[in-house]
Design a protein around this ligand. Structure first.
Ligand code: UDX
Length: 507
């Protein structure tokens, strides 16, 4: 029989699902996923405890500060502060919880498989504090297929007072993107719930009822998009939900690698990847998103998840050549930046290179697997002097990139002063909006390597290298360029017919 949590009422069919009383939720781990989940659930009306073993982080959160940069999250925390508290104590956070999320990190092992030691530690600590009544334990960390069953076993082994069938393990993968986490959490395309226990699914439906029905009042700073009605609810077996997370990220990663591979050929045959992506992306079977060619994908998920899938395959003697190729293309894409520099500057020793953008993508201070990291490291090896700028991530880089040699610049102008080349590594709006003619004034040589294809006009007297683009001529200053915003195609004004010359031309 389906069990509905005592304190909730779920209405089925066309009736809206209603939470008549909030659930008590504990979120273990306050990284990007844990924080986003905890604060969003508090905003939706639930009573939330955020738990982290890092005392300093917890102190910070108690004082209303966030340990990460995510647009709007500080405001959402402020708006939800009455329903959220922070602790380091499992004994305080677990016994009363109706739903317990495990959102701890799963960093990659050297062989590409995810390191599950934090998941194991969290599951053991949760187990020791379970209350003997029905509780739902949700895996939101990205974990390999089979981990849900493994967590269930840890709960059985470590729960003080184990009762069969009381601990319901659910996989609820997270699809939010850093930088747009609030938008992705409040207006998701889908919610995936995987469990082999229907009671677990029902409680999760009750938890997410305000999202499923979109019955919450949208925050003014993250309005509900026009035309959005509700997310699709995808209910699956536990193992399928675990696979969905990996397969989704792997598919997005290979879509980007495909665009990058085609971009390389575009450069050679004189075609333009922006136009090609628009032409293929408007086929609904393909779709326009995640076809932006550039420096390749970075961040905490795509590299880790593609490697993890390959490593799972290996355990079964099953090769995954498509994913291998996607990784190879991504690695090649990063080295392309240095090749383009070398094409124009030849020897990089003694040259001064400005790197604009350190975060792996805009609107985040996350530096994990950022293309800028590998670029700076290679420039260091080749003897170039590096000056770097990022609107948000510089303080974090100061802590996390101590092994790299670079000078910090407080503005783009300062970064490019006396430089022989400038590399645009991250497509921050601040860089898009820059008056590039003025900004490049202080350069020794005006060489611009735009690895994110954000420039729509070639700056005066500059040599401009982009990825998979035909070289922009100066005269076309007013012609709108085919470009992407956040992986979504922004169509040019109709009738636009950009005047383009051949790729890589020094004008
Ligand atoms: C990703 C997934 O999108 C998200 O669903 C999952 O939960 C976590 O991993 P995230 O890593 O935050 O999210 O960023 P995303 O916007 O997906 O971008 C990943 C990388 O791909 C970035 O380096 C970005 O610059 C790059 N990218 C993205 C491209 O190079 N081209 C594109 O068209 C889109």
């Amino acid at each position: 029989m389906t069990q509905v949590p005592e304190n909730t009422q779920v209405m089925k069919g066309t009736q809206p699902l209603k939470v008549t009383q909030p659930l008590r939720v504990t979120v273990v781990g306050t990284g990007y996923v844990g924080l986003g989940t905890a604060i969003m659930l508090a905003y939706l009306g639930h009573s939330v405890v955020g738990l982290d073993v890092d005392q300093a982080k917890v102190e910070m959160l108690r004082s209303g500060e966030l340990p990460i940069y995510e647009p709007g999250l500080d405001q959402l925390l402020l708006d939800s502060r009455e329903r959220i508290e922070w602790t380091t104590e499992y004994e305080a956070a677990i016994p009363d919880a109706d739903v317990i999320f495990i959102c701890v990190g799963t960093p990659p092992n050297p062989d590409g498989s995810p390191n599950l030691k934090y998941v194991a530690q969290a599951a053991q600590s949760v187990a020791r504090n379970l209350n003997g009544k029905t509780q739902v334990i949700v895996n939101k960390s990205t974990v390999p297929v089979g981990t849900g069953d493994w967590v269930a076993r840890i709960l059985e082994e470590h729960a003080r007072d184990y009762h069969a069938n009381r601990y319901l393990v659910v996989s609820n993968p997270e699809f939010l993107r850093e930088g747009t986490a609030l938008y992705d959490s409040l207006y998701p395309d889908r919610i995936v719930l995987g469990s082999d226990r229907q009671e677990g699914i029902e409680r999760m439906k009750a938890l997410y009822a305000p999202l499923i029905d979109q019955s919450f009042t949208p925050p003014s700073y993250v309005p509900r998009p026009d035309g959005y009605t509700r997310p699709e609810l995808v209910v699956t077996a536990l193992s399928s939900a675990e696979m969905i997370k990996y397969a989704a990220n792997a598919f997005l990663a290979l879509k980007i690698s495909f665009a990058n591979e085609i971009a390389g050929l575009c450069e050679r045959v004189g075609a333009d990847i922006g136009e090609v992506a628009r032409g293929i992306g408007s086929d609904q079977r393909i779709g326009p998103r995640f076809l932006s060619a550039g420096a390749g994908w970075g961040g905490s998920c795509f590299g880790k998840d593609t490697s993890a899938l390959i490593s799972t395959g290996l355990e079964y003697g099953y090769s995954m050549p498509i994913l291998q190729a996607a990784i190879e293309v991504n690695t090649r894409q990063r080295s392309l930046i240095i090749s383009k520099l070398q094409t124009h500057l030849h020897r990089l020793k003694g040259k001064r290179v400005a790197v604009l953008g350190m975060a792996f993508k805009p609107n985040t201070d996350d530096l994990r697997d950022a293309p800028a990291h590998d670029t700076i490291a290679r420039l260091n090896e080749l003897g170039a002097t590096v000056v770097a700028h990022d609107p948000v991530a510089m303080p974090r880089a100061r802590r996390e990139w101590q092994h790299l040699q670079y000078q910090e610049a407080s503005s783009v102008q300062e970064a490019v002063r006396g430089a022989d080349a400038v590399i645009i590594a991250t497509e921050w709006d601040e860089y898009r909006a820059l008056d590039w003619n003025a900004a490049l004034g202080g350069m020794r040589q005006r060489l611009v390597i735009d690895t994110r294809n954000i420039l729509t006009v070639r700056p005066d007297g500059a040599v401009l290298e982009q990825i998979g683009k035909r070289q922009l001529v100066q005269a076309e200053a007013q012609v709108p360029e085919v470009r992407f915003s956040d992986g979504v195609l922004v169509a040019p004004a109709s009738g636009a017919d950009p005047l383009l010359s051949s790729a890589g031309t020094t004008l």
